[in-house]
Structures are given as structure tokens and as C-alpha cells.
Design a binder for this molecule. Structure first.
Ligand SMILES: [Zn+2]
Length: 71
């Protein structure tokens, strides 16, 4: 089980058990190495929050090109 996370502010890898602060933002839990980082995050959450990117399947639509040339 993974217990390490990346501090979104300073990018330091920390252990959840050692985290100085935790914050839930938009449904995600963020952990911080210090109160300073936590406060920085609270000030500008949108700057630091990076949710796991969902690689969406790009559905390929068949390009139906109709040649309606009728003679
Ligand atoms: Zn930090």
C-alpha cells in the first residue's frame, strides 16, 4: 500500500503519516509537508491542484464522406 504522496506546493514526496497538513479540495485529498505549504495551497488552490488526469478515449468517429455526385 502506498503511503507517500507529493506535496502539490513544493513537490516534495512525503509520507502521509508525516504530513503536517491535509486538505480536501474538490473531492481530492491533498497532503502537505508543512503548514506553509498548506496555506499557500489554500490561497491559490487552482494553481496547485492537479487532479489525476483522466486520459479519455478519443472516440474516433468514422468520417463519413458522402459523395453524392450523381450523374
Ligand atoms: Zn511542502
Amino acid at each position: 500500500m502506498e503511503t507517500t504522496v507529493t506535496d502539490p506546493v513544493c513537490k516534495k514526496i512525503i509520507d502521509i503519516a508525516d504530513a503536517a497538513g491535509q486538505l480536501d479540495y474538490e473531492g481530492w485529498a491533498y497532503f502537505f509537508c508543512s503548514e506553509d505549504c498548506r496555506e499557500a495551497f489554500i490561497r491559490q488552490p487552482s494553481k496547485f491542484a492537479s487532479r489525476p488526469t483522466n486520459v479519455a478515449h478519443e472516440a474516433r468517429r468514422p468520417n463519413r464522406q458522402r459523395n453524392t455526385k450523381q450523374s
